[in-house]
Design a binder for this molecule. Structure first.
Ligand code: SAJ
Length: 422
């Protein structure tokens, strides 16, 4: 049977669901992670990340014996590398996780194996990974030197799934398959066809790398356009949400929504991989990043203004007596993921500078993470509404959309998502 055993390296937001879906198709899957706690959690049939339904799939895969996790690589027929690719301080991509994953699996590779890089990567990373593997295993041949006759097949097949919908999108989305040679692509397709119902479209590794970066940069540039519009409209006293609704009635216009900034671990990172490789050409992509990164500070200034207005309207109060409530902490609606969230940045900075109370409502979490606890108080929606003088809407969670406008009448509102002021 082709691919009797599949190994997934990096059991995070992409690697674990991918491993679990292969296992659910009755493949023997070995999950590799450097974190012992992650490995132990998965081997108990539990999960360490939040993603709808993933707990059930992992639990079934582990109890039925198809998925097992370990820290030490073992032989397999296919290896999927799904480790993080963050950037360093200067926005240069950090490939050290790919390097150490490559060096870890190299000793267990055998003739006929397939190695796939799934991590979002700068152009050239797959070739670099192939070079690390070849250096570690001079006894095996690789596509960069032996083309179609190589012992090891290598491809870049970027993930494109939306957090919150990962299990569905893994199966249904089309997949870009960037083999280092046509035979590498062919083998990669036969692997993904184990569960992918979407089309598997073949290209080369460099185009596949650029394709993933392009998708997220496209979204970043479009969000930056919306964010820039919101700042322009604020100056011109125009309701940006009404403006966008009207503009989008045009058959060839589709403007995205402004917000407090761009969060998550993909869209705010990946465009830099293009900028760092081609700084002179990637002007628009860089400026879009800068516009989106500047939005939290703009929101913070708006909150200061709202406090000043509240004090002007209530001269008997001092700023110490003003309660600010921040609505939402996650990086997008109806999830509990606080990583790289502009809402967290904004709330933290308000808490650090405002002399009065700062409350926070986040219906998707039960307690504040350690870095926020102490400086902020988590409140239920009702309590927070009752106590707030200034309300700052940061995430358009469904619970917040249901708040009747009358409840907010006497409050100063900073609405970054346009759900109360649209
Ligand atoms: N955002 C706005 N306005 C909008 C849309 C989004 O401000 O109109 C903000 C969100 O609030 C959030 C950020 O952008 O802070 C990113 O959210 P998102 O829903 O656009 O994307 P992610 O980061 O959850 O997932 C993206 C997806 N990429 C694209 O849609 C092109 C997903 O398909 C990728 O697989 C994922 O990045 C990834 O892993 O790269």
């Amino acid at each position: 049977m082709p691919f009797a055993t599949i190994s997934v390296i990096g059991l995070g937001y992409i690697g674990l669901p991918t491993a679990a879906v292969f296992a659910s198709r009755k493949k023997q899957v070995i999950g590799i992670d450097v974190n012992q706690h992650t490995v132990d959690t998965i081997n108990r049939g539990e999960i360490h990340i939040v993603e709808p339904d993933l707990d059930m799939v992992v639990h079934a895969a582990v109890t039925e014996g198809y998925l097992r996790a370990t820290t030490k690589p073992e032989p397999a027929d296919a290896f999927l590398i799904a480790v993080p690719t963050p950037f360093k301080g200067d926005h240069e991509p950090d490939l050290s996780y790919i390097e150490s994953a490559s060096k870890n699996i190299a000793p267990v590779l055998k003739k006929g194996d397939l190695v796939i890089l799934e991590s979002t990567s700068p152009v050239g990373a797959t070739e670099q990974m192939a070079a690390w593997l070849a250096e570690a295993r001079p006894d095996l041949s690789f596509p960069q030197t032996h083309g179609e006759s190589s012992d090891i097949r290598i491809a870049h097949c970027p993930e494109r799934v939306l957090p919150g919908h990962v299990l569905r999108e893994l199966v249904q989305n089309d997949r870009v398959i960037g083999g280092m040679t046509p035979k590498c692509s062919e083998l990669a397709i036969s692997l993904y066809k184990v569960f992918v119902q979407g089309d598997c479209i073949v290209t080369n590794a460099r185009t596949a790398e650029m394709c993933k970066l392009t998708e997220n940069s496209f979204r970043d540039v479009n969000i930056a356009f919306a964010n820039e519009l919101s700042m322009i409209c604020d100056k011109l006293d125009i309701n940006v949400w009404e403006l966008i609704r009207l503009g989008n009635l045009h058959p060839r216009v589709n403007i995205l929504q402004p917000g407090p900034g761009v969060g998550g671990h993909c869209i705010a990172v990946d465009p830099w991989f293009i900028v760092s490789r081609t700084p002179e050409q990637a002007q628009l992509i860089r400026v879009a990043r800068e516009v989106n990164d500047s939005k939290p500070q703009w929101v913070i200034e708006k909150v200061k203004l709202a406090v000043a207005e509240f004090l002007q309207a209530n001269p008997e109060k001092t700023s110490k007596e003003v309660t600010i409530t921040c609505f939402g902490l996650s990086f997008k609606p109806d999830i509990d993921d606080l990583r790289e969230s502009p809402a967290v940045t904004i709330t933290q900075q308000i808490a650090a500078t405002h002399p009065g109370r700062v409350l926070v409502v986040e219906p998707n979490i039960h307690e504040l993470p350690a870095k926020l606890a102490g400086k902020l108080t988590l409140r239920s929606l009702e309590q927070a509404l009752a106590e707030a003088d200034v309300v700052v809407l940061l995430v358009d969670h469904k619970e917040f959309k249901e708040i009747p406008a009358t409840t907010l009448e006497d409050r100063k509102i900073v609405d970054t998502r346009g759900i109360w002021t649209a």
